[in-house]
Design a protein. Structure first.
Length: 369
């Protein structure tokens, strides 16, 4: 079979879809990964998986629909040249435009994967309402003739059904992108002064400002705690400026890191106060490495842990509640160790990437061995 996977961010082909691509290639199928970046590192990473890499000119940060139309037309031409059996388009924006391109190219099996409802459904005010309206209209048209739509949590499943953009019979839920539990191995909690870690793109809706505010609250009584932030700045309407990040006195920002495992290994617990997710991969990686998690009681995040077992859920946009939950773990060594032990078990039982990919391949129509 010929399989094409289209995403909006090139590194996700390796980081989020890498094991899926590897398994499909290993069974003798041809795979193309497509993304907007003409980046040698992305190309090398995809080719190392045994797939081919193609650039599609989608502008991830543009709000101009003409840019998306140009990207869709370019993708349609590429698909017409390849003539794939299956196209998987992932993330809300690319899932919509990629599904349209696959339809126009007459691809037999067209699968859309909504990995989160994104800024279109988290932005507030008139601009947010307009973005949500446009996104709904686009999805309704794009998903009209897809073979399957895949979401990563029950809340997004309900949201798409409430929006009326997809036939319920063609809507499925998987447990996120999964995590390679052999690559992200369990490790002992580190000795010494505790470190809290957050990994995210520096966007408002990731809860980065709440993380910085919680760090200031915690360090008033626990100045020994270090707060680390890993992730890139984003040229995006909700991106946080460098000057603001560098002005936060109670966190240490380390920029983007190619391998997050050393950072998770040296932290005492992991924190993600996001406003909304699909299923946050970084939380799964932290669980796999036996780290307790404090995350938002919000769509996508609340599915990852059981409150009080592997960590705590807190209301989104609430720095005080976030700080309190962090201290409840940091100040209680017995609870801390118990949550760490349960975290690894949660990853093994629910989020093993091999389990997820078997279901993904079934939904894509690519036979499992």
């Amino acid at each position: 079979m010929k399989v094409v996977i289209v995403v909006g961010f090139g590194t996700s082909l390796v980081n989020f879809r890498g094991e899926l691509i590897r398994s499909i290639v290993a069974d003798g199928h041809q795979v193309w990964g497509m993304a907007p970046e003409d980046d040698p590192k992305v190309r090398a990473g995809v080719e190392a998986l045994g797939a081919q890499y193609e650039v599609v000119p989608f502008n991830r940060t543009s709000l101009n629909p003409l840019d998306d139309l140009r990207g869709m037309r370019a993708l349609t031409r590429k698909l017409e040249g390849i003539r794939p059996d299956v196209v998987l388009s992932a993330t809300l924006r690319i899932a919509s435009w990629g599904s349209l391109a696959a339809e126009y190219a007459q691809v037999p099996k067209r699968v859309a994967m909504v990995t989160g409802m994104g800024t279109a459904f988290t932005a507030e005010g008139p601009k947010g309402q307009l973005m949500a309206f446009v996104a709904k209209r686009l999805m309704k048209r794009a998903f009209r003739r897809v073979s399957q739509v895949i979401v990563q949590n029950p809340d997004d499943q309900r949201a798409l059904l409430d929006l009326g953009v997809i036939d319920p019979a063609r809507l499925a839920v998987v447990n996120g992108s999964g995590v390679d539990i052999t690559k992200f191995e369990a490790s002992l909690l580190p000795a010494g002064p505790p470190r809290v870690l957050m990994i995210a793109r520096l966007l408002v809706e990731k809860g980065v400002r709440e993380y910085a505010a919680a760090a200031s609250i915690v360090r008033k009584t626990r100045p020994d705690v270090q707060f680390d932030l890993v992730g890139p700045l984003e040229d995006h309407s909700s991106g946080i400026e460098r000057a603001e990040v560098e002005g936060w006195k109670d966190i240490v920002w380390h920029g983007q890191q190619d391998d997050v495992r050393p950072w998770i290994q040296q932290c005492a617990l992991y924190c993600l106060p996001s406003y909304r997710e699909g299923t946050p991969r970084t939380v799964l990686e932290a669980l796999a490495m036996s780290r307790p998690v404090v995350t938002s009681d919000a769509i996508g995040c609340r599915e990852t842990i059981i409150d009080g077992v592997e960590g705590f859920l807190v209301p989104p946009k609430n720095a005080e509640a976030l700080a309190s939950a962090l201290l409840r773990i940091l100040d209680d060594p017995v609870r801390h160790q118990a949550m760490a032990s349960r975290a690894r078990r949660r990853a093994e039982e629910k989020y093993d990437v091999n389990l997820i990919n078997r279901e993904m391949r079934r939904l894509m129509g690519v036979p499992n061995p």
